[in-house]
Design a protein around this ligand. Structure first.
Ligand SMILES: Cc1cc2nc3c(=O)[nH]c(=O)nc-3n(C[C@H](O)[C@H](O)[C@H](O)COP(=O)(O)OP(=O)(O)OC[C@H]3O[C@@H](n4cnc5c(N)ncnc54)[C@H](O)[C@@H]3O)c2cc1C
Length: 414
């Protein structure tokens, strides 16, 4: 049996961020993942500016290495396309200008098989991180001095004072111990496939979210990848999928074959992967994310942005906050739920304002007329566009929303 102060279940973005931040705090940890890396994860592969910001905050040299990492396409922002087909470009950096842009873009599109392996390689550089791959944690029992975690047959086990749960959307710990269950109105279904030869991609690598009338409040996406490939997919609220009995795979093929704009752009495109699906646990509702000796992070904590579907940045942020909370608990030698609550407060202090804003935008996207109106307004309103930029980049949206001058400028700018 391995004994450690902190055990992290899952080595995806949330788990990796927690481990890398613990390393910065000189706290050794054990990370266990059931997969052997490099492994795929069904995703849009879009890394918004928030991802680089989070990695830089853990350790600037990790951010620098990501910037030099070859298996990615630079992305300067997001294009939102309304049901009316009006489109709005939101840059990841508020001062972006297509003609004068220079340096490294704030966002990237990078296949998860490559990005997650990049994070695993970062963990392997750290002497304080003990990584076990190909080991599933299936059993967990709370004892007086820590959690006993083990594989189903008991051949692998870890005893830890504290557990950081980072095992994704299907986390059994989230259901069984944290008592958080999938609610179709706070959960999305998503499918993705890789295509080659899609035309009309942005020269600045903008990712595209198309809010097509037939998919509202969900969307169809195209994210440009290196080597002329693109990640293409659909994401829709699970409650809507159930109500309308939607077959997402069929819908993706129908959009590509029949939508007036898409059928031209996909005329010579070929699909180069299977069309596969996975769930997106949304942060459209506040939940209790911690308890005696544990903290939930990333998808296991339901932190995906309900409007954009972005979860990697929030996974990194929550992992980092969990590491900081671990340091406080170890120092005080107190791992009680009451102390751990500071983790929930910090996660929602930092991510809460934009999760709430995105929840409003997601509900608004249900109403075609209102959504078209908002897009038209934002196309004319610099303040509103900058606010949306901040959601993808600066994270500290709270500061902007707290300034009365921001609202005055927004109204005057209509
Ligand atoms: C279709 C789709 C499209 C998306 N598009 C985007 C996008 O473009 N941009 C974006 O930012 N986000 C996107 N997301 C969300 C994003 O994929 C997640 O938010 C992100 O992967 C969360 O990271 P995580 O570390 O919490 O979990 P994961 O990345 O799921 O990692 C969890 C890890 O835990 C391991 N694990 C699971 N169970 C166990 C166990 N019992 N024992 C040990 N290990 C275990 C897994 O092997 C895995 O490595 C998308 C999601 C979907 C489904």
């Amino acid at each position: 049996m391995i004994a450690t102060d902190v055990c992290i279940i899952g080595a995806g973005p949330a788990g990796a961020a927690a481990a890398l931040q613990l390393q910065q705090l000189n706290i050794p940890c054990v990370v266990v993942d059931k997969a052997v890396f490099p492994r795929d994860k069904i995703c849009g592969d879009g890394l918004s500016g928030k991802v680089l910001t989070a990695l830089n905050r853990i350790d600037k040299s990790i951010g620098d290495r990501l910037c030099r990492f070859p298996a990615k396409e630079g992305s300067w922002g997001v294009t939102f396309s309304a049901p009316s087909r009006d489109s709005l470009d939101i840059a990841y950096q508020p001062d972006y200008n297509s003609h004068t842009k220079s340096g490294i873009p704030a966002g990237f599109v990078c296949k998860r098989i490559d990005f997650d392996n990049f994070l695993v390689e970062e963990m392997k550089r750290c002497a304080g991180i003990q990584l076990f791959q190909g080991q599933a944690v299936d059993k967990y029992s709370l004892q007086h001095d820590g959690y006993l975690l083990s594989s189903a047959d008991g051949s692998f086990s870890v005893k830890a004072k504290l557990v950081i749960v980072a095992n994704g959307a299907h986390s059994s710990f989230t259901k069984e111990t944290a008592n958080i269950h999938m609610e179709p109105q706070h959960y999305c279904a998503g499918i993705r496939a890789y295509y080659k030869g899609v035309t009309g991609l942005s020269p600045d690598g903008f990712i595209e979210l198309h809010f097509l009338r037939s998919l509202l409040p969900g969307y169809f996406w195209i994210f440009p990848l290196p080597n002329g490939e693109a990640n293409v997919g659909i994401s829709i609220l699970s409650s809507v999928v159930r109500k309308r009995k939607m077959n997402l795979k069929k819908m993706l093929q129908e959009v590509i074959a029949n939508d007036l704009v898409m059928k031209k752009r996909f005329k010579n495109a070929t699909v180069v992967s299977a069309i596969e699906g996975f769930g997106l646990p949304l942060g459209s509702k506040r939940r209790v994310l911690s308890g005696d000796r544990f903290m939930l992070t990333g998808d296991a904590a339901y932190l995906i942005d309900p409007f954009t579907g972005e979860g990697i940045g929030n996974a990194l942020y929550s992992g980092r906050i969990a590491a900081q909370q671990s340091a406080a608990c170890l120092k005080a030698n107190n791992f009680s739920a009451a102390v751990m609550k500071a983790y929930d407060d910090e996660v929602y202090r930092i991510l809460g304002p934009e999760l709430r804003l995105s929840t409003r935008l997601q509900r608004l996207a249900n109403n075609t007329w209102l959504f078209n109106f908002l897009m038209k307004t934002a196309m004319r309103n610099k303040q509103l566009r900058e606010l949306m930029s901040c959601m993808f980049y600066e994270i500290d949206l709270r500061k902007k929303l707290a300034q009365p001058s921001f609202y005055v400028k927004m109204l005057l700018n209509r």
